[in-house]
Ligand binder design. Sequence first.
Ligand SMILES: Cc1cc2nc3c(=O)[nH]c(=O)nc-3n(C[C@H](O)[C@H](O)[C@H](O)COP(=O)(O)O)c2cc1C
Length: 325
Amino acid sequence: MIAWTDRHCRHFHRQLSRRARLYTEMITTGALIHGPRERLLAFDPVEHPVAIQLGGCDPADLARCARMAERAGYDEINLNCGCPSERVQRGAFGACLMAEPALVADCVRAMRDAVSVPVTVKHRIGLDRNEDYGFVRDFVGELTLAGCELFIVHARNAWLKGLNPKENRDIPPLRYEVVRRLVRDFPDRRFVLNGGIRSHDEALRLLEEPAPGALAGVMLGREAYGNPWMLVEVDTLYFGQAPTVGSREPVVDAMRAYVRREAAAGTEPRAIIRHMLGLFNGLPGARRWRRMLSDPAALAREGERIIDTALETLARPREPAAAAL
Ligand SMILES: Cc1cc2nc3c(=O)[nH]c(=O)nc-3n(C[C@H](O)[C@H](O)[C@H](O)COP(=O)(O)O)c2cc1C
């Protein structure tokens, strides 16, 4: 998720689940080919399994970038066919690629020929107000012929005109039944359901339909970012393994060490700490934790020590309402 799932965020999330597959922000082929490639590809080995998401529409460029990403060590190359932003539309990639399945198939073929890690596609279920199932079925069908084996489906249309990206994540209705139909129609392909999932209960219920095991997985975006502690249940609920950690303290300790290490390399503590604001959500003091960690003056003054100061405020009893004003 652009501006959210950078390598610092992924490092943090990896402290909470060993098994969840993490995805980078969308990185465009233009940025990788002409921009700060090393910085864009950098990740810490602890992040595995980690997939890179590419944005682009030129088969040769995508093949080149997929090769760079494989060499950098990514476990999966994912092509973005779901972003509706105007900037991305001007570049003729993202969601508008759904209107050009033959071109996307060429992109997938070129990337598959270039790398041996899986090449996957993330897409919507339609464009604008067209809710015809045949549109997404034919899109998936064409990519199936190109060898795409896994599809991550954000189960709502992208309205290319009239909505900004944020509205495009909320307003077009969710239609999970379309994903279930794809699952039935393409039994030898794997589908991951995305869009609007707010809890593990909901995710586990969705994984039972149309039959247990029919979906390859679920992808959570905003909820996992906003309430990262939910990730601690992933290893147990979905993989039958012991949780990575039993409490928030070791996570905070690991992140404090990470902030220190990164500071030595010139990273501002704020760039890391901003991803941790939701860690105590649902617990007393969560608001104070958030407020403290997002206070620019306090961050500038205290650097990484702000984590400990914020922890202390969590431990303190709640201030009287009048004092809080
Ligand atoms: C800030 C933000 C940035 C996003 N950037 C991307 C992106 O780079 N690539 C992508 O495929 N989806 C991106 N998305 C969409 C999410 O991956 C996801 O498909 C969408 O939010 C629906 O899932 P959710 O309801 O679980 O959040 C972004 C979402 C947000 C909130």
